[in-house]
Design a protein around this ligand. Structure first.
Ligand SMILES: NC(=O)C1=CN([C@@H]2O[C@H](COP(=O)(O)OP(=O)(O)OC[C@H]3O[C@@H](n4cnc5c(N)ncnc54)[C@H](O)[C@@H]3O)[C@@H](O)[C@H]2O)C=CC1
Ligand SMILES: O=C(O)C(=O)COP(=O)(O)O
Length: 637
């Protein structure tokens, strides 16, 4: 049998000597879906020349069909080959380059060094970062590095993952990362306690004027009357943002004898109840609290949420702690509220601009206690964060879906391993369906029908949908598609993907019985691929762990989806398999599978022929000239 020349579609971008080689092949191939090829920036304008390949005028004339099919395949192959080629070179020979742009704990650095070339370059200007990034596969930052669109642009598609060694990802342009198919991961748990402890430290220090008294004493004074503080016990603390840090602050404040209320539009009430905290509205929180501690992320909706209007509603003499992000407070408004006495004191770890200007009125205010963004800065937290982010980045570079992905759906490992063969099937079905589209038809919508015996809640199809999108788009454009950017790219290209689940009475042991891909409102260059409903329709299933094509239009077939495929519609008569088989055999094209499906005996039949090699144009022409062959198409998988 001739050996297959098919290139691997899923190849882990980087392999290490030990860890990746021990991965089961299905796992590594599935997980590397994140960046199975070297990502290239997504062209937001659909490339006309490439699209016109598929949309070029066609007719039912068979020779044109052959020409179109060949062209489409060539276009897809050229595009894929260039990317896969680069990848293979990387995976075999080159270690990934990981740029660490801010101080990271040693344990994390060691882990990174065992996997790639680590470049620790701190305090880079934007310009220098943009210069360096073009040669980096991963970037690890803390809060001090602005990972802007410009950085993703400068990366020219090489950057695969940005690791944020901490929680807040407001310094990373997530939209740009997604558009460029770059995964963003964070380290959301390791600094929670450190940030909560710092919040409590600021609360107590502010209430007892510790910083001011310290500075006063060091300047030679002894001012006992000036620094009389306020007590915490019995006072009401409003925790704004009842997430990981907020709830730890609440726990500790209760230990200090405070009454704790919280505002968080998304926090479950039972989580608050478990800590003995009542969830209240924003207005109720700010108007009843003696102390307000901020723990929400900086997002467009929380930006300057504390402004003149808000300060007008607070209890006079309120004290504010901010260990979240400076941007949630309108700092000028806070200065006004401090000056008017509406706000008695503030304790701030974070600022809109970091470091703030030296003459910042807020920093210089005598009733304000400040620290230079130290919330996460304990030895313990920094070691924990460094390990957490190093593991996530290394995993992502090996093609795994990180559990802490910020711009991609999180799919649990057990779901991933169960879906592995269906993921392969999904991409192949998308790839096949798009190759049946005739020139001139713009693809606007695709429908995916999953037949499954599973409860709909027990079937996560996001990965499958992304793979079908990849299968449909990649053969006809320059776009690189992965789980990060699949939905975005489909939207940009005006492709609407809808999903339907149909309950079937089969074993729920297998997640999916069949997957059907339908393309509507398009002409087909292979009329038999069109269902009675008028859509291009193909269906497949996983058999013995392998993807199989089981239906084309209204014809049932059964062919393993390996190598390439020839679909022939013919008059159902004896000798057809032999005739076509001979033509292929003469050209040394090895047939791997053959399946015939027919609607009416001795009338019409579809022959699906799996071939290991790509037949040349002459061979395809000869198949087309067999008198009983009415139409045929060559499809590359
Ligand atoms: N100063 C420092 O060094 C540190 C600062 N942080 C900051 O603290 C923030 C919180 O961290 P975690 O608790 O780990 O995150 P988290 O995601 O566990 O909690 C954030 C909470 O804020 C809530 N939230 C979102 N929008 C809100 C709104 N408009 N009003 C009220 N609540 C809202 C969310 O529902 C969530 O429960 C981070 O985003 C980060 O900016 C975190 C660690 C260290
Ligand atoms: O984790 C966070 O959100 C933080 O703000 C910590 O920031 P840092 O890593 O100390 O610059």
């Amino acid at each position: 049998m001739a050996s297959s020349s098919t290139k691997p579609i899923f190849t882990p971008p980087f392999t290490t000597t030990s860890s990746s080689s021990s991965q089961p092949s299905t796992r590594s191939s599935l997980l590397s879906f994140l960046h199975s090829t070297t990502p290239t920036p997504i062209s937001l304008n659909i490339s006309r020349s490439r699209i016109s390949f598929l949309n070029s005028p066609s007719s039912a004339v068979r020779s044109l069909s052959v020409k179109n099919a060949t062209k489409t395949i060539e276009a897809a192959e050229t595009s894929r080959a260039s990317r896969v080629g680069g990848l293979d070179a990387n995976s075999q020979e080159t270690k990934p380059t990981i740029l660490v742009s801010e101080k990271l704990g040693e344990a994390g650095l060691e882990l990174l060094r065992s996997f790639g070339d680590v470049d620790c370059s701190y305090d880079l200007s934007q310009e220098d970062l943009c210069k360096k990034i073009a040669s980096c596969d991963a970037l690890i930052v803390r809060s001090g590095t602005k990972v802007t669109r410009q950085v993703f642009e400068a990366a020219k598609g090489k950057l695969k993952v940005v690791g944020r060694a901490g929680v807040g990802i407001d310094n990373v342009d997530l939209q740009a990362a997604t558009e460029y198919g770059c995964l963003v991961v964070n380290a959301p748990t390791a600094n929670t306690v450190a940030a909560a402890e710092h919040g409590i430290a600021l609360l107590a220090a502010m209430a007892r004027n510790v910083a001011q008294a310290d500075a006063s004493m060091k300047s030679g004074q002894w001012q006992r009357n000036k620094y009389v503080g306020v007590s915490l016990v019995g006072k009401t603390l409003a925790v704004m943002g009842f997430g990981k840090v907020g709830s730890e602050v609440a726990r500790r404040a209760k230990g200090l004898g405070m009454q704790v209320i919280a505002h968080d539009p998304y926090a479950p009430a039972d989580r608050a109840r478990a800590v003995g905290v009542e969830l209240v509205s924003f207005d109720q929180a700010i108007s009843t609290a003696d102390f307000i501690s901020l723990h929400m992320p900086l997002t467009p909706s929380t930006k300057k949420v504390f402004n003149d209007d808000t300060f007008a509603k607070v209890k006079t003499g309120v004290r504010i702690i901010n260990v979240a992000r400076g941007g949630v407070i309108d700092e000028d408004a806070l200065v006004r509220a401090l000056d008017s006495g509406k706000v008695a004191q503030a304790a701030l770890d974070v600022f809109t601009e970091e470091p703030p200007p030296k003459d910042s009125k807020l920093v210089q205010h005598e009733r304000v206690t400040v620290t230079p963004h130290l919330g996460a800065s304990t030895k313990e937290a920094q070691e924990g964060v460094a390990i957490e982010i190093a593991e996530a980045v290394v995993g992502a570079l090996q093609g795994e879906l990180a559990a802490t992905a910020v711009n991609a759906p999180m799919v649990p490992a057990e779901v991933l391993s169960e879906l592995a063969p269906y993921v392969v099937l999904a991409e192949k079905l998308g790839r096949l369906a798009v190759q049946l589209v005739a020139g001139g038809s713009g693809i606007k919508s695709a429908k995916v029908v999953y037949r499954s015996a599973r409860d709909p809640d027990d079937l996560d199809t996001r990965l499958l949908r992304a793979m079908i999108t990849k299968g449909i788009i990649e053969p006809i454009s320059d776009s690189f598609i992965n789980l990060v950017n699949a939905d975005f790219t489909a939207k940009q290209k005006g492709l609407r993907i809808s999903e339907e689940r149909v309950a079937v009475d089969s074993s729920p042991e297998f997640p999916i019985h069949t997957i059907q891909v339908q393309l509507s409102n398009v002409d087909s260059k292979f009329g038999s691929g069109v269902s009675e409903g008028g859509d291009i329709s193909i269906e497949g299933r996983v058999k013995y762990g392998k993807p199989h094509l089981t239906r084309v239009g209204s014809f049932s077939v059964d062919v393993s989806l390996e190598g390439n495929l020839i679909l022939c519609r013919q008059v159902d008569q004896p000798g057809m398999i032999g005739q076509v088989g001979n033509i292929l055999g003469e050209q040394n094209v090895n047939v791997s599978f053959m399946s015939v499906g027919r609607t009416v005996r001795r009338r019409k039949a579809i022959m699906a022929i799996g071939v290991d090699e790509e037949p040349n144009q002459e061979t395809l022409k000869k198949i087309g000239e067999v008198p009983a062959v009415e139409e045929f198409v060559f499809l590359k998988l």
